[in-house]
Structure formats: C-alpha cells, structure tokens
Write a protein that binds this ligand. Structure first.
Ligand SMILES: [Fe+2]
Length: 607
C-alpha cells in the first residue's frame, strides 16, 4: 500500500487530501471545520479527518507533500520588490516580516505543524510545484489517457499559466507564462476595481457581467493586455499596483476607466456591470485563443483545466460551445484547495512511477470526498441540540421533501459525504423550486443574505438535461454554463425589452426563472444516479410531482461563512435563516416545530 497526504496551505483555501494506491479516498478544506471562510491556516482538522476516515495511523503514511515550493515563492516576492524598488519599499517593509516569520522558513514551519501528529517527518516531507499541482489535479483524476492540460490562476511561485501534455502517468510542461502577467490577477484587478473582495468576489463579477455591455473591452485590449495570436499575453504593469502596493490597481487605471474604484458595499451602478461584462469578454477571448493554440500545438482532442480561472464557468461554457476540443474535464476544486489532490497524485504517478489503471473513469467520484455522518449519529446530535424532528424511511423522506419544495418551501439538505471544492453538489445544499418567479429574490435576501443580482444554479437529472438546457455533455461539478433550452423560454413582452441593469431581474425569462440568468444562461449540475442516488431520487420525485426535473441548488451557508460541514452547522444555519425545512440524515425538521430558544440572530459577514 502507498499512502500519500497532500497539503495546501498558507495562501487561501487550505486543504488536505489522502491518496491511497492512487485512489483519492478523502479530501476536505480547512474552512469547513474552523468555520473561517477561505481559511489559509495549516489544515490540521482536514488532515486529521483524512487520516481517521481512512483508519490510517500517521506512521502508515509514506509521504506528506506540500502543494508548492515556498522558496521559489519567496524568490518571486523578493525579486519583484527589488525590480520595482524603491516604489514598493513601503509595502515590502510591511510584508517582509510576515514572509520572514511564516513563509521564508516554510519548510520548518510545515515540519513543526506536522510534528504533533507525525513526530519528525524528515524525508517523508516533499514539495510539489504550484502549477504542477494544478496540472496534476486536472489530468490524473480525469477519465482521459492523453490530454492537453491548461492551468490558469493568479500566481503560484512564478507561473501564472501553463500548458502541459498529460500522457498515462506523465505530465510534460510545454510552456508557461510568468508573473506579473496573469489572467487571474487581471480578473482580480477588476474585482477590486468594481468594489468586491479579491480572491472571493470574482464570482460576483462573473454574475454581474450579463447585466452589462462590454463597453470597456477595447480599452482593456488597447491598454492593459497585449494578447498574441497563440494566446500568450503580457500586461502593461503601468496600470497595476499588485507588484508594489497594497491595492490591485492604481491612479492611472482609475484615470483610464474614468473614476476611482467603487467603494466596498457602495451601490452597484451600470458602470460596474459594464466593467464586469468587459473583463469577462476579454478573459474569455484569451482563454479561447489559448485553447485554440494548445489544440493546434498538441493535436490532442481532450482538454483538462485547473487553476482559479477554470472556476469561471461562463468561460468554460464558451470553450465547450466553440468545440475546440472534443472533450473537456475540469477539476472541481480548481482553486488552490485542489492543489492538495494534485500534489499527492503527482508524487504517486510521477514521483513513484505508478501506472494509471486502464481503463479508468473520473476518479473525483462526484467530489463527495468529505466527512459523512451515519443516521444514528445525526439523530444523537439533533437530540442533544434539542431539535424537534421525525425520523423517516427513505421513501417517505424523499416524498415529503419533494412535496415541501413543490409547495414553495426552501430546504436545508445535509446528506452523505461533503463536497470538496467551492460548489455544493447535493450533499450540503439549500434546495428550492426553480419554477417560482420570486425564489431568486427570496433566497438571496432572506436566506443567503446576499446581493439580489446573484444568480442561482440548477441541478437537473442527467437524463433530462438536454431537453431543458442546451447542453449535451455531463456537468457533474456545476462548472459549465449553457443556455436554457428554447422550448423552456418565455417570450418577452414589448415593454420588457428596453429594460437595463438590475431591472432585468424582474423579468420572467423561462419556466424555471429562478435559475435562468438575464442572458438565458444557467450554471448547470447534471445529477446521475451512480454519483448521488439520494439526490437523484429527490429530483425524480420532484419531477413526478411537477413535471420539472430541475431544482435550485445553492450552497448551504449564509453570506461570508463557509458551507456547513456537521449536522450542528446545518442546524445552526437553519435556525439563523428563513429556511423552512431541514433534512439531515433521516431526520426531517420543520421550522415551525422548533423550540424558540433554538432560534438565533441572523448575522453575516460582508464578503
Ligand atoms: Fe493557484
């Protein structure tokens, strides 16, 4: 047996992953346990979960592998500051002590962090490289024997974009683009400029884009980014501040776009929507151009994607529609948490030379790699918490849950193993009826406590997906955007046509308005029986009741907090929001039955 623990930490989204004989047996993000969103601390809890769930003692591990090389990263920070000195001296002086304390001596920091569990880890501690970890997380779990692999993110050590070829148990790097030229950082610069939080507000920019017109796209292309025919690119650093300052953009950037950045939480205007549409268009164009050149360069028909930019499901959807590649597979934990998986698999295949099984399917197994709780344990915990519930047989549980959704209720759904990666896929989800015109507003404002424009995503039975959406491939990880099928759309009335901005939210565009974005698009999860039989049964029952095989599926959390992990997290979120019903294990809880002392104040952190 070969057991390898992958660790990602100290940047954002720390995580641990356990690979045994090439199989990904467990993976989880630290934030779910500590309840700190994007927690970057060493993933003690996630690591302990991985070991205990597999029943492995620490001494049974062959290797612990860190997802990047801290020394190379320090090199980048140091050289970047030197190159820009003395302009960046102030922020350099401010950030240096942090690096000296935590980053420069990261080997010893990691060794010390592992010590309570592993004692002297010694030679068993290995280091992967950031983009190799991403590429490995994209290729090795994919169902492909050969594939082109494209990784794009903010920045790792130096690399921001890489093109590789995956073949059997090998990855060969063809080319790289280096810091400061980065698609991820360009997108983050606009995230910052439109008044959202970098490293978490990028989704909001993507969600806002369809409300705007890409009016600034040419300005961006002319001034900020030089894209060559092969998709390689360079940014004009005169407009950015991330090399030297503590902000992403500078005064020159503000001058170019006609004003200062939007203040955090200030009102959204058409300008931010147009900026979002513009950067989304430009980034999509670069991704498409890169993909075309990768296809021409490698001649391969498959493409694997990872890195934070691969979470841009609108760009992924366009990649699919343009049919540059025959098949695309995207690592569901495409951000840095997934680096833990990639690092462990890189050691297993490339380090140890292990053969990949042949044939092999998608080895992320629906991304259901986190903790689960058996029904008696759930019952025990709910009883201790003082909740009022009924325990139902599976048929009854499905029947009552589907009926509640059809009656307009929102459901907290906590079942089976927690998802790995940013998306809730039917294990830790809030579910609702997509047919209702006010579901989107109600869920956003009353339950998730977030901005009204944020779109919701549909889960659809795989067998019905092509009838309801313009999508003819599986999308088990909710990473592809496609349009609602023409037959399910509702014609617009004359007076609705000139609507602009957020007014467009008020218009019913389809028979499933809660999951139909203003441009008719939807971020789709296809649900197949093999990966999640219970969720599949729920969708099937909802379809039997209503004729609609689609549910709204959003992550089980409120704004600013991580997705729930334990049954207690689920109960707490249920009692803090206007979720009507909680279904956890075989326990069925209705809000109206709960004792009043369990009710909690609603509060949330701005994100
Ligand atoms: Fe990354």
């Amino acid at each position: 047996m070969t057991a390898i623990l992958g660790i990602s930490a100290y940047y954002h989204d720390s995580a641990a992953c356990l690979v045994v004989d090439g199989e990904i047996v467990a993976a989880a993000q630290e934030e779910r346990f500590t309840r700190k969103r994007h927690d970057a601390a060493f993933p003690h809890n996630a690591m302990t979960y991985c070991l205990t769930s597999a029943g492995l003692a620490p001494e049974a591990l062959d290797y612990v592998v860190f997802y990047d090389k801290p020394f190379l990263k320090f090199d980048r920070i140091f050289e970047t500051y030197l190159a820009f000195a003395p302009r960046g001296f102030r922020s350099f002086a401010r950030s240096l002590p942090v690096w000296l304390k935590d980053k420069l001596f990261q080997r010893s920091v990691i060794t010390r962090a592992l010590e309570p569990v592993f004692g002297d880890i010694g030679e068993r501690l290995l280091f992967s490289e950031h983009h190799l970890s991403h590429a490995s997380s994209a290729f090795f779990p994919s169902p492909f024997e050969n594939s082109a692999v494209l990784t794009m993110d903010g920045v790792g050590e130096w690399v921001t974009t890489s093109v590789c070829i995956g073949h059997d148990n090998e990855l060969e790097i063809l080319r790289e683009i280096h810091f400061p030229h980065s698609l991820g950082l360009l997108y983050s610069a606009f995230t910052y400029y439109t008044g959202f939080k970098v490293n978490s507000g990028e989704y909001k920019v993507m969600g806002l884009a369809p409300y705007g017109e890409p009016k600034y796209a040419d300005l961006i292309r002319k001034n900020l980014i030089d894209v060559r025919s092969d998709g390689s690119f360079a940014l004009d650093m005169q407009y950015f501040n991330y090399c030297t300052g503590l902000t992403m953009t500078n005064d020159r950037f503000s001058e170019l776009f006609g004003g200062p950045p939007r203040a955090f939480e200030a009102e959204l205007t058409q300008r931010e929507m147009d900026l979002a549409a513009s950067i989304q268009t430009v980034v999509e164009d670069v991704v498409i151009r890169l993909a075309r050149s990768v296809r021409a360069e490698t001649g391969l028909g498959n493409l694997c994607l990872a890195g934070g930019v691969a979470l841009n499901c609108v760009a992924n959807g366009r990649l699919l529609r343009e049919q540059i590649f025959d098949q695309i597979w995207i690592q569901p934990a495409a951000g840095d948490s997934g680096g833990a998986i990639g690092a462990a698999l890189a050691v297993h295949y490339m380090g140890l030379g292990s053969k990949r099984p042949s044939p092999h399917g998608d080895s992320m197994t629906g991304s259901f790699l986190g903790p689960s709780y058996d029904v008696n344990e759930v019952e025990r915990r709910m009883s201790i918490a003082g909740a009022k519930f009924s325990r139902l047989a599976e048929d009854e549980l499905i029947r009552r849950t589907a009926a509640a959704i059809a009656a307009g209720k929102s459901i907290g759904w906590h079942q089976g193993r927690m998802e790995f990666g940013p998306r809730a896929l039917g294990a830790r989800s809030i579910l609702a009826d997509p047919r209702s015109p006010d579901t989107q507003k109600r869920l956003n404002l009353q339950i998730k406590k977030r901005e009204s424009f944020r779109p919701f995503a549909p889960s659809v039975l795989l067998e019905d997906a092509a009838e309801w959406f313009e999508l003819d491939v599986e999308s088990p990880y909710m990473l592809l955007v496609a349009d609602v099928a023409l037959g399910k759309r509702t014609p617009l009335h004359g007076e609705q046509l000139p609507m602009t901005g957020l007014d467009r939210l008020m218009v019913n565009r389809s028979v499933i308005p809660a999951v139909t974005h203003v441009d008719y698009s939807a971020r789709i999860q296809t649900v197949q029986y093999e990966l999640n039989p219970l969720f599949h049964a729920l969708l099937t029952e909802f379809k039997r009741l209503t004729g609609c095989p689609v549910l709204v599926n959003t992550s089980f959390n409120v704004r600013g907090e991580p997705i729930v992990e334990s049954p207690e997290d689920a109960l707490s979120c249920f009692m803090r929001t206007e979720i009507d019903v909680l279904v956890v294990g075989d326990c069925f809880l209705e809000k109206a039955d709960q004792p009043s002392h369990l009710l909690q104040e609603a509060s949330f952190e701005p994100d």
